[in-house]
Design a protein around this ligand. Structure first.
Ligand SMILES: Cc1ncc(COP(=O)(O)O)c(C=O)c1O
Length: 469
């Protein structure tokens, strides 16, 4: 990491934790340069970076100030522990009815699972698709189906190396999005009726996969900032025959929580003691706001116990349906299961991504995307502080594009969802993230779309509906 990026991260942390308050002046360039022992040009570069991340603004002849809308006026939610140790899962109908109503392109897409397509280099990808398909040797169409595109596998392995994971290429299975990877991993290590530890709240598709495979959920509460409750997990592992864990250790969906490195190591050691495999869903890994990529639990794995699943859907190429799993000791079995189900993700889509990654524009795109999302998060937080009741609680994740809101107990988020939809606004109501349909007063809102007057207006409408409960 460059010195100015590190310094920018330090200042961003002071803003995030409220040490530097909205409207407050950040140290002058001269003062910061002297205090932190860095050159004035390093401070300037750091402040430009923070400006583009939407955290500070320059005022003519006065210096740099923390942006007013970086203010945190709403408190963090509190997640209550689930009472039931194990739960049959039966949420699919509810999830489908909610997702089905999100398709209208005219609604304000706070309920969407994707960021705005405008934030992706789709034209550039289209060029890669055309070029790579034209250059594709005819035999590759068949050969790439089973193993996956060799260039793409190498590019993915290189990215693992940069984040501290040395990955043998044969551990990598390219899949139809992360969703297929996650499904295959779970099928590989469970039988119908088995217990699987999942997060609470959890990504709704996790619940649907458990339901489809007739598995029972052991819900482990997630702290909105620090991730899963390790003590609760240790207790459940000691008392129940849990066959697998499916967790997101960074930028968890829907809370945005990220475990720190010590906790990730602790999680790995706990699972290693019990010899319980971890399916690590890391689809938001590239969307961190700082300059340092979070390490996955996979980076501590010396025994092949972690199946680490990633995807290009959230950060580069939605719709291309290319994901992967670094399958550890289960890789071969996962590869065979894939052959028995879908055989292969689209060969042209893999080739297009390999070409794009090789041309070197990916990291530049990711930096731009992260800055846009960070600024949009600040806008949504500020808007919520303006329009939602003061009792509202909200997360403030260090990446991704979701905020999780907890309203007063009076608010029924399924009803809120219907009322908002009638006004052209979608949201993801809390109960779709729980096997026990908990979180009835919570909702996940997507800030992945460039902030504009329509978004602001939609927040005002939501605020009025919430007030009416
Ligand atoms: C947490 C999580 N995991 C997995 C997926 C699926 O990813 P993909 O589109 O690559 O299948 C999603 C997509 O919404 C997600 O949010």
């Amino acid at each position: 990491m460059k010195r100015y990026e590190k310094f920018a991260d330090e200042i961003a942390e002071l803003v995030r934790t409220g040490v530097l308050l909205p409207g407050q002046k950040v140290p002058s360039v001269r003062h910061a340069s002297r205090t932190y022992g860095v050159s004035p040009s390093t401070v300037f570069q750091a402040y430009y970076l923070l400006e583009s991340r939407g955290l500070i603004v320059a005022r003519a002849r006065s210096g740099y100030f923390v942006r007013e809308h970086a203010q945190r006026t709403l408190h963090e939610p509190e997640i209550a522990a689930s009472q039931a140790p194990t739960t049959e899962v039966n949420v699919s109908e509810l999830v489908f009815s909610v997702l089905g109503s999100l398709k209208d392109p005219n609604t304000v897409a706070f309920g969407s699972a994707f960021p705005s397509p405008d934030l992706f280099p789709l034209q550039r990808l289209a060029r890669s698709l055309a070029q790579s398909v034209r250059a594709m040797p005819p035999q590759a169409v068949i050969a790439d189906m089973t193993a996956g595109n060799a260039d793409l596998r190498r590019q993915i392995a290189l990215r693992y190396m940069v984040s501290g994971v040395m990955l043998p290429l044969d551990e990598l299975v390219i899949t139809n999005g992360a969703m297929e990877a996650l499904n295959l991993c779970l099928q590989c290590v469970t039988q119908p009726g088995d217990l699987v530890a999942i997060e609470s709240p959890a990504f709704y598709a996790t619940l649907q996969v458990l339901e489809r495979l007739k598995l029972k959920a052991v819900e482990i509460p997630v702290h909105p900032r620090e991730g899963i409750d390790l003590d609760c997990l240790a207790k459940r592992l000691a008392e129940l025959p849990i066959k697998a864990c499916w967790f997101m250790s960074s930028l968890q969906n829907p809370l945005g929580a990220s475990m720190n490195e010590a906790k990730k190591r602790g999680l790995y050691e706990l699972l290693q003691r019990h010899q319980v495999p971890l399916i690590e869903d890391d689809v938001y890994a590239e969307l961190y706001f700082g300059t340092q990529p979070p390490k996955p639990v996979k980076s501590f794995d010396r025994e092949g116990l972690v199946m680490h699943c990633g995807s290009f859907s959230k950060c580069l190429a939605p719709g291309y349906r290319v994901g992967w799993v670094a399958g550890g000791r289960y890789a071969e079995q996962i590869g065979r299961l894939k052959l028995m189900t879908t055989i292969s993700p689209s060969v042209p889509a893999q080739a297009a991504l390999a070409d794009y990654l090789q041309q070197g524009g990916y990291d530049r795109h990711l930096r731009k995307l992260r800055h846009a999302l960070e600024a949009q998060q600040a806008s949504m937080l500020a808007s919520a502080a303006r329009h939602f009741p003061a009792s509202t609680r909200v997360t403030r994740p260090a990446g991704g594009y979701f905020l999780w809101f907890e309203f007063s107990q009076r608010v029924d988020s399924l009803q809120l969802f219907q009322l908002a939809l009638a006004q052209g606004i979608s949201l993801a109501p809390g109960p779709i993230f729980s096997a026990t349909r908990a979180f009835g007063n919570c909702a996940r809102l997507n800030y992945g779309h460039p902030w504009d007057a329509q978004c602001e207006q939609a927040m005002a409408v939501l605020g009025r509906i919430i007030d009416s409960f």
